[in-house]
Every structure is written in C-alpha cells, then in structure tokens.
Design a protein around this ligand. Structure first.
Ligand SMILES: NC(=O)C1=CN([C@@H]2O[C@H](COP(=O)(O)OP(=O)(O)OC[C@H]3O[C@@H](n4cnc5c(N)ncnc54)[C@H](OP(=O)(O)O)[C@@H]3O)[C@@H](O)[C@H]2O)C=CC1
Ligand SMILES: CC(=O)[C@@H](O)[C@H](O)COP(=O)(O)O
Ligand SMILES: [Mn+2]
Length: 384
C-alpha cells in the first residue's frame, strides 16, 4: 500500500488522481489532501478518502473546513506554511505535486528533504529550479517521477534502454486552439477562445499556456532536467491529434513513441504505481477513428513563447525563473481581461531583458527573482 499526499487535490490533475486512487483502494491510501480555496470540494474529498490531514491554502476558509470535518479524525490546517509542513508526515510515500505555478516549489523541496518520492505534475518547479531539485533528489535518494504526459511518454520509452543512450527526444505539441493562425488573427482572440483546447481538459493556466505554446516551452526545460539532456537534444513537433505523446530517438537510430488516447489518468497512474503497471478499463484507442496522424513544424515567429523558453534554457541561471514568473502574471492578466493575447509575449520579453541575471541562484535568489519579476510584469501590464 502506497500512502499519497496530493497538493492541489481539487484541480484537474488532483481530481483525476483521486479517480485512479478510488479505483485501486488495495494499492493506494490518501494521507493528505490540499486545495487553494475550493473548500467545498476539499471537504467532499476528505469525507470520501479520510486522509490524516487536509490543508486549505486560503486561511479565511479554515473555519468552514474545520467545522465540516468536526467529528472526524482528520486534522485541518490552513496557509502556505501548513502546506509545506503537511508533506513531511511520516506515513507518506509519494507526494503528487498538482498545484499550479511557482507556489509548488517550496512544498516540493520540503517533500524531497523529508525523503518522499515526487510524482511531479507541477512543471514550474523544474523549470525554475531544475538543477537545485535534481541535486536535492540525489542527496535524499528520492525519485522524481514525471506526470506531464510528454515526459511520462519519454520515461516509458526509456524503460529497459539503459545501454542504448538517448540521441534526441521529440516532444509533441497539439498546437493549441490557434494552430496555423497568424498575428493579425491573434491580436483580437478572447480568453473564451483560448480556453478551448482541442484535445485536453485542463486547468485554466496550462490551457492558456498551450494556446501560446509556452506550455511546450516549459516542457522543453522540464525535459532537460528530468532526462539530463542538452538543449540540442530536445525538439518540438506539432502533432494536432495528441495521440503520440512523445518520442525518444536512441543512438542506434531506433525510435520509440508512447501513444494512446489523450487521458491524463494513464500518466498519473504510471507515476503513482511505478515501477508497477496497473490494470485499468480506460477506453482503448481505435485506429480507424484516428485514420491520420499528422506532424508540422512549430511557428516560432508567431508563437514567440516557445522561443523564449529555448533562450531561457540556454542562458540558464535565474532566467527560466524570470520567464516563468512573467508568464504567470501575464496569463492571470489575460484571464482577467487586462491584457491581449499577443501582449503576453511582449511583457515576458521585457522581463527577460530587464530583471537582473544571477548565474548560480539558490532558493532565496529564486524567491527574490520571482518577486521582483512579478512586480515589473504587473507594472508593465498596467501600462497596456
Ligand atoms: N491538467 C493537466 O492535464 C496537466 C497539468 N499539468 C500541470 O499540473 C499542474 C496542475 O495543473 P491543473 O491540475 O491543470 O491546475 P488546476 O488549476 O486545475 O488545479 C490547481 C490546483 O492547485 C490548487 N492551488 C492553487 N493555488 C494554490 C495554493 N497557493 N496553495 C495550495 N493549493 C493551490 C488549486 O486549488 P483550488 O481548486 O482551491 O483553486 C487546485 O487544486 C500545473 O503545473 C500544470 O502545468 C501538467 C500536465 C497536464
Ligand atoms: C496533458 C498534458 O500533458 C498537457 O501538457 C498537454 O500537453 C497540453 O497540450 P499542448 O500539447 O497543446 O501543450
Ligand atoms: Mn504536457
């Protein structure tokens, strides 16, 4: 039996992880559930899964959760520091990091330092601090198991290939809702249009990132740290059907791809169950319904965020942290109708050129870079 803590249990990844766990009570037990402010769903989940602890990020919701769970043995906590403490609970084996954004970094570090394996959905953690996270994971002998579908695909392709080194990987990208569109079209797109992902149902932030191709940019950096690759070994290919989840090309010239219907429950299940495979009854792929699998080059001059990520990866230091913080600010501004679709990349570009460079950042540097960048980005947003 594996004991699982879920950071972000009320989100897209969190709720799908609970579906997997619900189907396998003989394999998994939930130890911690946490949410940002969706107290209602957190309470519902707690009453079904009976974790030892629940944490609600929004401290004003503490009373509501505490009252609803009175009479149970579930401990209730609130706030950011409580989230960080919760991952240290002795019984936990695996922490699933399914919160969105930079706020995933400190709880992930705390979990690694407490010797917990990480099922990593929160890609922003590795984007910001991949080198630091890898060093900590090595020191504490814990695994970072990818949940992101492309990285899970590569991870699955690598099984049994220790003697056949990776030459290159191809991360597939759907292209998002605006694939093939040009600048004049993108100038006036709305958040409603941007939130319509062609293949996946996900949280709002990652869905906007998919529309700008920043999601693929974040995934390129995530792949570098997960698989110890040079930038030249990572390629992105647009694959509108999202059936081939990614491809590894080996030094003997062979290529392995992992494919299937777009359904995050499989990568979640693989990370939670690893190294075991778990039987399931998820719908199976039908070739006739997908008669054509197609591929295209990404359009980097229109979707500039993907280029920013390659630049951030090359420059290293705190540049990926700057890019990530600026991106979080502009996505929120776009979702609040404060910024246009194309203006998002303008603000990110300005932040990447204006925030001070740090070559070998530590955690404090990352916290300060994140804070400084957010201030600059928010100021830039108000000027539009
Ligand atoms: N969705 C997907 O299919 C995929 C997602 N990912 C990555 O996984 C991560 C989660 O994505 P997704 O599930 O879509 O996001 P969602 O927005 O759907 O869910 C985010 C979760 O984090 C919680 N949360 C947000 N802020 C805080 C906070 N400050 N403290 C504690 N909890 C917080 C939310 O709580 P509340 O509900 O209360 O707001 C919610 O439970 C992201 O990094 C994303 O890039 C990667 C691959 C695929
Ligand atoms: C499901 C998943 O892993 C997402 O990150 C997905 O890849 C988003 O789709 P895009 O390929 O459009 O970025
Ligand atoms: Mn992905």
């Amino acid at each position: 039996m594996k004991h699982i803590a879920i950071l972000g249990s009320t989100g897209s990844i969190g709720t799908q992880a609970l579906e997997v766990i619900r189907d396998h009570p003989e394999l998994f037990k939930v130890s911690v559930l946490s949410a940002g402010n969706n107290a209602g769903l957190l309470i519902e989940q707690a009453l079904e899964f009976h974790p030892a602890q629940v944490v609600i990020g929004d401290e004003q919701k503490y009373g509501e959760v505490k009252k609803a769970l009175a009479g149970t043995e579930i401990q209730v906590f609130a706030g950011e520091e409580a989230l960080i403490e919760s991952v240290k609970l002795t019984v936990i084996d695996v922490v699933l990091t399914a919160v969105v954004g930079f706020c995933g970094l400190r709880p992930t570090i705390a979990a690694i330092e407490a010797g917990k394996h990480i099922a990593l959905a929160n890609k922003e953690t590795l984007v910001v601090a991949g080198e630091l996270i890898n060093a900590l994971a090595k020191k504490n002998k814990v695994s970072i198991l990818p949940v992101d579908s492309e990285h899970s695909a590569i991870f699955q392709c690598l099984q049994g290939e220790s003697a056949n080194k990776v030459e290159k990987i191809y991360l597939t990208a759907s292209g998002g809702p605006f694939r093939g569109k040009k600048i004049d079209f993108l100038a006036s797109v709305t958040k409603k249009e941007a939130l319509k992902h062609p293949n996946w149902t996900m949280g709002a932030k990652i869905t906007i990132d998919s529309a700008t191709l920043m999601n693929k940019g974040l995934e390129v950096i995530e792949a570098k740290w997960l698989f110890d690759l040079e930038p030249s070994q990572i390629d992105v290919i647009i694959h509108p059907q999202s059936v081939i989840h990614s491809i590894a090309q080996f030094q003997d010239g062979s290529m392995k791809a992992q494919m299937g219907l777009p359904d995050m429950k499989l990568p979640i299940q693989y990370a939670l169950g690893y190294p075991d495979r778990i039987l399931n009854t998820f719908p199976r792929f039908d070739f006739i319904k997908y008669a054509q699998l197609t591929f295209e080059q990404p359009d980097l001059s229109t979707f500039r965020s993907l280029g920013f990520a390659f630049e951030a990866m090359e420059r290293g230091g705190n540049v990926p942290c700057i890019m990530n913080a600026a991106n979080e600010v502009v996505v929120r501004a776009f979702l609040n109708d404060e910024l246009g679709f194309l203006e998002m990349s303008e603000v990110i570009e300005r932040c990447m050129s204006e925030v001070s460079y740090i070559r070998d950042p530590n955690l404090t540097d990352f916290m300060e870079t994140d804070e400084e960048t957010r201030k600059i980005a928010m100021q830039l947003v108000t000027n539009y």
